[in-house]
Design a protein. Structure first.
Length: 234
């Protein structure tokens, strides 16, 4: 895994759950924490820990998050004001970094996005959706749990198509690449429709363009080989 470092600000209960899932998936976890008790707990679980405050921009710079091996930065403190401040500060210093921040109220989601977060985790919304799936779609929930939370070698991967890639300006029905690599296309984020996710079905012959993002399901090795192919043929 090329970009296998995840930095998590705070070791809250939510952070501990996120760390466990990502650690099982093979990511190297770096915890940013100041509380000595939480530092000891994080270290006991095998995580690298840095005892610094991210309320100081100089400390944020010390993390060197321009490093290409950093997959994402999670801002998941229990304090919403600190989350907002840290998200703003990190975004101002790292324009291209993927930032995932927690929001504990639906009305705060937009504020956190405006602060610079790419994605929002709202535990209450996730919990409600999970209960719905448990009642109405238990088999789908079981499959998702096995993919996301078990030691399965099945992964979900986002791949953004680059300009002049072998998939640039190609219609889905005109390529066998995904079948050749045993991959399943779950859907597409079309750059021209912004954040609208298009679930794939055989009835849609979508034209791919540079900037579109494919959401793929497959085995680790197959996804890695497919990624290498796209990098070498662009």
């Amino acid at each position: 895994m090329d970009n296998n470092i995840i930095i998590i600000y705070s070791f809250s209960k939510l952070a501990a759950q996120i760390s466990t899932i990502l650690y099982q998936k093979g990511y190297h976890i770096i915890i940013i924490e100041e509380d000595l008790t939480l530092i000891k707990e994080a270290k006991s679980l095998g995580y690298e820990v840095k005892k610094i405050s991210l309320l100081d921009d100089e400390n944020i710079r010390l993390l060197d998050m321009e490093n290409k091996n950093i997959k994402a930065f999670f801002c998941v403190s229990d304090n919403k004001n600190i989350n907002l401040f840290v998200t703003l500060s990190v975004r101002s210093l790292y324009e291209d970094l993927k930032i995932i921040s927690v929001s504990f109220a639906t009305q705060d989601n937009k504020t956190m996005l405006l602060a610079g977060a790419n994605k929002i985790i709202n535990p209450y919304e996730i919990g409600a959706l999970r209960i719905f799936r448990l009642i109405h779609k238990p088999y789908i929930l079981d499959i998702l749990d096995n993919i996301l939370f078990s030691a399965s070698n099945i992964e979900v991967l986002e791949i953004t198509i680059k300009k002049n890639s072998i998939l640039d300006k190609v219609y889905l029905n005109d390529t066998t690449l995904l079948d050749d690599y045993n991959l399943i296309l779950l859907g597409i984020l079309d750059k021209e429709i912004h954040d609208k996710f298009i679930f794939y079905s055989n009835g849609i012959n979508h034209k791919l363009d540079a900037g579109d993002t494919l959401v793929l399901l497959g085995k680790d090795k197959d996804l890695q080989n497919f990624t290498i192919l796209l990098e070498n043929c662009s």
